[in-house]
Design a binder for this molecule. Structure first.
Ligand code: HEC
Length: 191
């Protein structure tokens, strides 16, 4: 191959590689780590607040607290990290958290993997506008069942009625420990 052809072949390869994915493996790894940290920190700050309110006034206090402050807490974490943060689900409590079409696909993928008893790992991909999206599964922990569990088992009728006052269309119950409850969807700005 002469030099000219070699250069053409190289540039075609480079063009092809860059069109396949704008993100190098190193970039992906970096976003994965950052996404995981942000998701964990957000979950921790929410749980600390929910725990405090549960101790003080049980579900009757913690549910209205979440209604008023869940949004603010995620926005605060998002601003601190220069990203946008969303929690979204196939079974929603607050309709404001509804998934977009890509998020629906990711949830379906995670559900499929879970049904096949495979491990669920976070996903990083670049959006068409150059922003980067991090998705990760949110599995239900035992302590969540008091508000998202199986009615008449882990979720009492009383607690369910309290929830339904604020969220009459609530679908986010019936979960068992370890079930896929939702996903994180975190968006990083263009580099
Ligand atoms: C004290 C009751 C309570 C507990 C405990 C609780 N949640 Fe929730 N959860 C709520 C309420 C209320 C909302 C709606 C918040 C809002 O209006 O944005 C909600 C919303 C959510 C959402 C957002 C999606 C949606 O359906 O609107 C996710 C995800 C979620 N909860 C997961 C969890 C997980 C995981 C745990 C345990 C680690 C947990 N929750 C524990 C009451 C609770």
């Amino acid at each position: 191959m002469n030099l000219k052809n070699l250069l053409i072949a190289m540039s075609i390869t480079l063009w092809f590689v860059s069109c396949q994915s704008g993100l190098s493996e190193a970039d992906k790894g970096e976003y994965l780590e950052r996404g995981k940290k942000i998701a964990a920190a957000t979950a921790e700050s929410m749980l600390a607040e929910v725990g405090k309110n549960m101790k003080e006034g049980g579900v009757a206090q913690a549910v209205p607290f979440c209604n008023i402050h869940a949004d603010g807490l995620t926005t605060e974490m998002a601003q601190q990290n220069g990203v946008s943060i969303k929690r979204t689900s196939h079974l929603l409590r607050n309709e404001k958290n509804a998934p977009n079409s890509r998020e629906q696909e990711i949830i379906a993928q995670f559900q499929k993997l879970q049904a096949e008893k495979q491990e669920l790992s976070p996903v990083v991909e670049q959006n068409e506008d150059g922003t980067v999206q991090f998705y990760a599964p949110i599995k239900l922990a035992q302590k969540c069942t008091v508000c998202h569990g199986v009615l008449g088992e882990t979720l009492t009728q009383t607690n369910d009625s309290i929830i339904k006052i604020i969220y009459p269309k609530d679908q986010a119950i019936g979960f068992k420990e370890g079930d896929l409850r939702a996903i994180w969807s975190i968006q990083f700005p263009k580099k």
